[in-house]
Design a protein around this ligand. Structure first.
Ligand SMILES: *Cc1c(COP(=O)(O)O)cnc(C)c1O
Length: 369
């Protein structure tokens, strides 16, 4: 049997162990140290943001953003319904109220018109919007950002999946008041676990750093006026991050190449429709995602699994989750339709063209006519 092909397996650059050894030599194992600074600097340089804070996860980064913005009890926070729960949980941590917005067919991400309709008609103005750039593809973020400014709504970009994706040359994660990246195990880069909070506002990042380290006031005897969290990234994991950042552009090039192979083998077939790429944007194609018109994605998923190939349904929209059955949502049917028809295909950056061909052959043989 061939080795299992995963959706997005970790892919080390080769320098990780070398940097970890340096950390061990210095004995700055935890909590902080030189590599945390280096990792943050590499994100600042690469994305063009002004400030970055390395933390334990993408979820923690979103939580810090909400806390710094003062979002709490009874506040409404708009969010993508078509996303992963990691984008939403922090709203619950803050006892705020999520309101879910549906996607646009042209991006699979939040529809700007729907957002504007909501803001015109809602009784209570939401405090913030958390928008996901799904599967590494840029949302219509310039328009969304303009609308948020016009209506005085804070914008947090969940770019957990979209490190390196750009619109008009500007990085996703740098359009909003805050941006969030994740370095969890299956993201385009990984530190095994970790996240980054970015913002052009230096005071906000300073405040987030304060909350992420137990909210210690500047006294030697540990004085506390507010409560905080233990959310800061360890120097060991940051060393992995520094090595991973050295190959970010190689990884994106390979992800995009994998997508181009899928497109080459399946692109002409009406039954298969790939996730679109917004004009003037460059997605990182973290996962190649597509929908079938008539074919059951479950059938394809089972057949691929038999061939030792991982695939996964598209995210189940948040408004369909039992957890949120009493939450408000503003819908147009797009995310439900995508969820019914869609599949994410194996997109690990160690895959070869033959692997993709094998997967596409299985798909092609089993499409409904
Ligand atoms: C992975 C992910 C998160 C959470 O990131 P963690 O680092 O795992 O906490 C949040 N939102 C989206 C869209 C994600 O894919």
């Amino acid at each position: 049997m061939n080795k299992r092909l995963f959706l997005s397996a970790p892919h080390m650059s080769g320098n990780e162990l070398k940097y970890i050894e340096k950390v061990f030599e210095s004995n700055y194992i935890a909590p902080l140290g030189e590599y945390v600074n280096k990792f943050e600097e590499s994100i600042v340089t690469y994305t063009g943001t002004q400030n970055a804070l390395a933390v334990t996860s993408g979820t923690a980064a979103i939580h810090l953003a909400l806390r710094v913005l003062g979002i709490g009890e009874e506040d409404e926070v708009l969010a993508s319904t078509f996303t992963f729960i990691g984008s939403i949980n922090a709203i619950i941590y803050q006892n705020a109220i999520p309101v879910f917005l549906d996607s646009d067919k042209s991006t699979w991400n939040i529809c700007p018109n729907l957002l504007e309709d909501y803001l015109i008609t809602c009784d209570k103005k939401p405090k913030a919007l958390i928008i996901t750039h799904l599967y590494g593809m840029s949302s219509d973020i310039q328009k969304i950002s303009d609308i948020c400014k016009e209506y005085g709504v804070y914008l947090i970009e969940d770019a957990a999946e979209s490190l390196g994706a750009t619109l008009n040359g500007k990085h996703t994660g740098t359009f909003g008041d805050f941006g969030v990246y994740s370095f969890n195990g299956n993201k385009i880069l990984t530190t095994s676990g970790g996240g980054m909070l970015v913002s052009d506002n230096k005071e906000w990042i300073e405040k987030a750093k304060f909350y992420s380290t137990q909210a210690k006031e500047p006294f030697i005897h540990y004085e506390h006026e507010e409560y905080g969290y233990n959310y800061r990234m360890s120097n060991v994991l940051a060393a992995i991050g520094v090595a991973q950042m050295e190959v970010i552009e190689d990884r994106i090039a390979k992800k995009r190449e994998i997508f181009s192979w899928y497109k080459e083998f399946l692109g002409g077939i009406e039954e298969c429709e790939f996730m679109p790429e917004l004009e003037n944007s460059r997605g990182n194609r973290w996962l190649t995602a597509l929908t079938f018109n008539k074919t059951s994605y479950e059938k394809i998923m089972k057949l691929l699994d038999k061939a030792n190939v991982e695939s996964r349904p598209l995210w189940k929209p948040m408004h369909l989750q039992p957890l949120f059955n009493s939450s408000k949502s503003f819908l147009n049917g797009t995310s439900e339709e995508l969820f019914k028809k869609g599949l994410c295909l194996a997109s690990s950056t160690t895959m070869q063209k033959d692997d993709v061909k094998m997967i596409c052959d299985i798909i092609k043989e089993n499409l409904e006519k």
